[in-house]
Write a protein that binds this ligand. Structure first.
Ligand code: PMV
Length: 320
């Protein structure tokens, strides 16, 4: 039996950095995200293959990647037979563009559909979180909040929709500074920050207020308010990374050039706000009618620029 599902990546508007439980991927902080169209992962799961195997972007997946995905299938379909996973990203994998978010969301949905399970998005969000934290936000389209939860088993730590994609037409302009894979993965990086950064406690203490502010700004469609809290959350997170021991620096010279170009554009009157994740890419939130000006500002500092809009939820595109 097989099924195919797609999911879009999401970019955090208020960031997740830090775990209170590594095994269950329980976050130390809540977060708020925007699911994006344009970029997507498409994943087919075949239950009852000759052997466990995974293909990623047209080649056999690296053993660590395959082992993690196949272990994740044990959670979604307990007692499963041998499985084959075929997953394709239409954007760079593992480069700070949230491929793990769309990847685990698509995998959870495809596996549940292949097994003939009810497609219960809250349950799949709890499961996707255990594959990659931010994946719990990619089951839904539009604006999504990941609630920290209080249950020890993580059953109430999942993505919750805040507003659908058509609530607010925004552009997220993605400047690709480098597509090289990241040197330090997010789990290792978060633990390093938790254990060594003197700013980590402040970061955690301020996160819930930032999510409240971000949610209110989304519901009021107030872009300067959302942009301000997105930049505040972004640079508090990166300050926590930079003050880890040894320092975690995901930025490259092109990232700094891109940030300065966008801030200069804003100072000259264009409404646009920056964000970055665990990679060198610079993403810019702006009204769609200002996207061309942002693209022009990013171009000298980047290899490629894409304009993305709010995207829809994960979906099964071929059933068993
Ligand atoms: O879901 P993970 O483990 O890849 O962590 C994602 C962390 C950030 O992208 C840096 C922030 C976020 O909230 O997406």
């Amino acid at each position: 039996m097989h099924a195919t599902a797609t999911a879009h990546p999401n970019i955090a508007l208020v960031k997740y950095w830090g775990k209170r439980d590594i095994a269950l991927n329980l976050p130390a902080v809540p977060s708020l995200s925007l699911t994006l169209d344009g970029f997507s992962t498409t994943t087919t799961v075949t239950l009852g293959a000759p052997a466990d195997r995974m293909w990623l972007d047209g080649a056999e997946a690296a053993p660590k990647v395959a082992a993690k995905a196949l272990r994740f299938l044990d959670l979604v379909v307990p007692g499963r037979p041998p499985c084959e996973i075929v997953s394709v990203n239409n954007f760079p994998t593992g480069a700070g563009l949230a491929s793990s978010a769309s990847g685990f969301a698509a995998l959870a949905l495809a596996a549940a559909a292949a097994a003939g399970q009810p497609l219960d998005l809250p349950r799949l969000s709890v499961l996707a979180r255990q594959g990659s934290g931010s994946a719990c936000r990619s089951l839904w389209g539009g604006f999504v909040e990941w609630q920290v939860g209080v249950a020890a088993d993580g059953s109430d730590s999942l993505g919750v929709p805040v507003a659908p994609p058509d609530h607010w037409d925004l552009a997220m302009v993605v400047g690709v500074v480098s597509t090289a894979g990241k040197a330090v993965g997010s789990t290792e990086g978060m633990e390093r920050s938790r254990l060594t950064s003197p700013l980590y406690t402040t970061w955690v203490d301020q996160a819930a207020a930032d999510v409240d502010e971000g949610r209110a700004a989304v519901l009021a469609r107030d872009l300067p308010r959302l942009g301000r809290v997105m930049e505040a959350s972004t640079y508090k997170m990166h300050a926590t990374m930079h003050t880890s021991e040894p320092p975690l620096m995901y930025w490259q010279p092109g990232s700094v050039g891109a940030l300065q170009a966008v801030w200069a554009l804003r100072a000259a009157g264009t409404p646009c706000w920056t964000t970055m994740d665990a990679g060198p890419q610079v993403k810019v939130l702006c009204p769609p009618e200002h996207a061309d000006a942002v693209v022009a500002a990013l171009r000298p500092h980047t290899q490629a620029v894409r304009v993305l809009r709010p995207g829809g939820p994960a979906a099964v595109i071929e059933g068993p």
